[in-house]
Design a protein around this ligand. Structure first.
Ligand SMILES: O=P(O)(O)OC[C@H]1O[C@@H](O)[C@H](O)[C@@H]1O
Length: 145
């Protein structure tokens, strides 16, 4: 799978870890930055990664900041993006099964690297259930339009 990743300084180390795990698993990673732990502002990085997903240039996105909240807010402002700030694999699973989420966001301050790997693996491996959930996702798209 082609995965867009991005972070600010507070998510940098977790983003680097997750990107390495994804590459080791055979995924293609498109890293929009940041490239160091130096302080930066998260909105541009979150926008750039989300835009790759929205344009179909990446199948999914993984974003990290201190809390995971800032990057989620930004990603959800990009048309076609359904981003979830996941704290555990169960949230990642349900966001895929019911919401067809296409971006997962992570807390660099609170998540252990192994937990983040589990969240991302679950996010990538879980299919959307469709059915009544497709109707609801369609209504989200209508609101967005
Ligand atoms: O490191 P500072 O700038 O204090 O805080 C940045 C973090 O605070 C929140 O907005 C975001 O999670 C962002 O990553």
């Amino acid at each position: 799978m082609r995965i867009a990743v991005g972070s600010d300084h507070a998510g940098f180390h977790l983003k680097e870890h997750v990107a390495a795990t994804l590459r080791a698993a055979g995924h293609e990673v498109v890293d929009v930055g940041t490239t160091s732990p130096d302080s930066v502002d998260y909105p541009g990085f979150a926008r750039d990664a989300a835009a790759l997903v929205a344009r179909g240039e990446a199948e999914r996105g993984v974003l990290a900041c201190g809390s995971g909240v800032g990057v989620a807010i930004v990603a959800n402002k990009v048309g076609g993006i359904r981003a979830v700030n996941a704290h555990d694999p169960q949230e990642a699973e349900m966001s895929r099964r019911h919401n067809d989420a296409n971006v997962v966001t992570l807390s660099g301050a609170r998540l252990e690297p192994g937990t983040a790997d589990e969240i991302v693996r679950t996010f990538l491996d879980t299919d959307f259930e469709g059915g009544r959930h497709a109707r609801r996702v369609g209504q989200i798209a209508d609101i967005e339009a």
